[in-house]
Design a protein around this ligand. Structure first.
Ligand code: GLN
Length: 394
């Protein structure tokens, strides 16, 4: 048989999340690797899904998504961000935010176009840029000094500016940022916007952690001057309503961009998840009752994990948003986080994810690990106890 696999898939293995979750299951480890919460969505949201099933909503939704959900998404963008989108021509429902990003990249990136990706980069981005025949230009974020008083990841705007060339077409921004937990300050967002306008770039933003922020308020790039008309804002229900397996996402973008995304999306998955679309419409309309609580819960979990790791001698980064924080394992005498993560489920009973999985030159962030804190208090406490048993307790 000929060699199997198109060139565009070369170098893409099984995702680090799948690998680490399988190891966690195999060794009955506390899974602080793949980011998903253990709890169910709010009861009323689950009830809305059940009601939609009982009401017989079993067939295809319209290609762009249920009108009620598109209206709910538009309402959400307007209430939280003062961004007005026409549900008929500017909002598209997708199979999770990942499909929104996939459809946008495939629809808007020409073969040979350069796409700016901030690294560490969520693994789907380089894969999707590759599928589109684009060329990724990675802008590396500055890791924190983990021992300082303010251990935050940062964007170097000069480095971003230097990465833009006449062939750059798209900038992909994930904010709040996975895997680092970084949130950009207003000046950085403004600088990104200025560069997008100056170089006529299209921005695709992944904002799935928009409501999981701690003491900070998320601001979509589309709110910055000159950006609404050139931005595809992708988000989804999974993180906000603790239903990552529902895969209900959306893209908000001006009509020409939306048209291109809809054409592409219809041939990826057409449309689906109809009862769940009904439930997410309900959830978004009621979001005021949920978003404060979900952020509070994760803030407490963040602090529990961060303090637990610190007390075991591991300095961690400040996580302003997402489910994640990072740490430098050199404090525990490990300089290779990939090796650590492959042995940890079996030997320590804890799973995590190496940040090297999200960078092109793994050497650069070799010793940095990502821990997910989206777990119940007792699960985090048990994970910390296992790590303290091995690395000591202050
Ligand atoms: N977004 C989740 C994370 O970063 C994982 C999703 C996936 O497994 N692809 O952990």
């Amino acid at each position: 048989m000929k060699e199997v696999g198109a060139r565009r898939t070369a170098g893409l293995g099984i995702s680090i999340f799948t690998e680490m979750t399988a190891l966690a299951a195999q060794h009955n480890a506390i899974n602080l690797g793949q980011g998903f919460p253990d709890e169910s969505p709010p009861e009323a949201v689950v009830a809305a899904a059940k009601a939609a099933l009982d009401a017989g909503h079993h067939q295809y939704a319209p290609g762009p998504g249920l009108p009620a959900l598109r209206e709910a998404v538009a309402g959400h963008q307007s209430r939280y961000y003062d961004l007005d989108y026409d549900p008929d021509t500017e909002v598209t429902v997708t199979f999770g935010a990942t499909e929104a990003i996939a459809a946008a990249v495939l629809a808007l990136c020409e073969v040979g176009d350069e796409v700016i990706v901030f690294e560490p980069a969520y693994d789907a981005y380089p894969a999707l840029v590759g599928f589109a025949g684009g060329i990724q230009k990675r802008v590396t974020l500055n890791p924190p000094d983990f021992t300082s008083d303010d251990p935050r990841w940062r964007l170097d705007v000069d480095r971003l500016e230097a990465a833009i060339t006449p062939r750059t077409r798209v900038l992909l921004l994930n904010e709040p940022h996975n895997p680092t937990g970084m949130m950009l300050d207003d000046e950085s967002l403004d600088a990104i916007a200025r560069l997008c306008v100056q170089h006529d770039l299209i921005a695709i933003t992944d904002e799935v952690y928009e409501h999981l922020t701690y003491g900070r308020v998320h601001r979509p790039l589309a709110t910055r001057e000159g950006m609404r008309e050139r931005t595809v804002t992708a988000s989804g229900a999974g993180k906000t309503f603790s239903c990552t397996g529902w895969k209900i996402g959306w893209a908000c973008a001006p009509p020409p961009l939306t048209n291109a995304i809809r054409v592409t999306k219809q041939f990826l998955s057409f449309s689906g998840g109809t009862p769940l679309q009904h439930a997410v419409a309900f959830a978004l309309n009621e979001s005021a009752s949920y978003v404060g609580t979900v952020a509070e819960i994760h803030l407490r979990r963040r602090d529990l994990l961060a303090e637990g790791l610190r007390s075991a001698g591991l300095p961690v980064s400040t996580s302003d948003g997402t489910y994640f924080l990072t740490a430098d394992l050199r404090a525990w005498g490990h300089d290779d986080a990939s090796e650590f993560c492959r042995m940890a489920p079996e030997l320590l009973g804890v799973a995590a994810v190496p940040v090297a999985a999200f960078v092109a030159e793994p050497a650069a962030m070799r010793s940095i690990v990502r821990f997910a804190y989206c777990k119940p208090d007792d699960v985090i406490a048990e994970g910390v106890r296992r790590l303290q048993a091995r690395y000591g307790h202050a």
